[in-house]
Design a protein around this ligand. Sequence first.
Ligand SMILES: *Cc1c(COP(=O)(O)O)cnc(C)c1O
Ligand SMILES: [Zn+2]
Length: 421
Amino acid sequence: MGGVIELRCVRCGRRYPPDEVAYTCPSCGDEGTLDVLYDYPALRRELDRERLSRNPERTMWRYAPLLPVQQLRLAAPLTVGWTPLYRVDGLASELGLARLYIKDEGRNPSASLKDRASAVALVRAREASAPVIAAASTGNAASSLACLCAAVGQRCVLLVPETAPPAKVAQLLIFGAEVRLVRGTYDDAFDLCMAACRAYGWYNRNTGVNPYLGEGKKTVALEICEQLEWQAPDLIFVPVGDGCILGGVDKGLRDLLSLGWIERMPRLIGVQAEGSAALANAWRRGSTAVEPVIPQTLADSISVGRPRDALKALRAVRESGGAFVTVSDAEILEAMQLLGRSTGVFAEPAGAAALAGLMCMARRGDLPGDQTAVALITGNGLKDIASALRAVPEPPRIEPSLEALRQSLAAGGIRLHRGSQ
Ligand SMILES: *Cc1c(COP(=O)(O)O)cnc(C)c1O
Ligand SMILES: [Zn+2]
């Protein structure tokens, strides 16, 4: 099982041999999500940053020794991970930061960070010869699983709320998955998927249940640190729905600390939509008891009433000295537009939320000016065009004549150059 030596319950701390438990802690139930732990002293002997830097593999599998998989030949032959980390100086100075980087996760095969988790789930399901992999999803986990399964001919069943954005549903259908649109919320689809996996023995790719998904997601943190030449940033902004990405980023950084490859822990900032802020609310109360909310935000990927990876997410923020920030839908749309026009990166609403959280802290004066920050842009904007169009004004319509164009440009305050009349 790779270098995995044990699974440890986040809630009660009980430890299990990796082949003894498939999903959550038997004594804690659903809340008992598990940490996947490796033989770090052995890894330290076998692996170092120097050797890693010579590895020509430009995908998440360059970190294979730190992942819970044995048979890499079972991975989908698609390029997951090693996405660009852009330094965006213009945007940084606009926000009063010394250095700002954006990690463009929209560059993954299905256009979101979820591919990192699905990639690990797919290998593990195939190692176990599972006939079917199932997932409930607000959209991206499903489109990601459908994409990777298509590449290897694996069957998958996907349960998504009927309100999922059409582009994401289109992805599922084009990838040939078994799709059911559930009349209900993501939380309803999730509960249905759990029941189906129990009833039919399907491999469960549900967030907050399958401990190995966070292991896939942690690779984004490994990459950020490697791309910054092992100088960990001061702050990482992570959009949060279930909390699995946040928990995964935290885990990746903990692994790097255990290996001695980074020296300090960045502060992790979880960003939630105001209308879907169950984790931010719990954090503000200083509690680990999460009260469900009725989620209401246009950022569908972080629209979650009952976060499934609550304990890992809360721990990540608390132990890193970070914070939760909540942002309104208007702030998310503003961030989407600012990101697009100042960097050329088009984010879906949840992805833009990371930047919205950063803008919010910058405005409140909560960001020291000498810091290096990274914003995780978790998904591509083409996945949800309807929301994007709400962020921008409609362009003027004109007759196809030079005169009409001149008048319209002048009305828009655009100065014309030499040769114009
Ligand atoms: C799933 C997702 C998130 C939130 O991740 P959680 O693990 O649910 O917190 C954020 N952004 C995008 C684009 C996503 O697909
Ligand atoms: Zn437990």
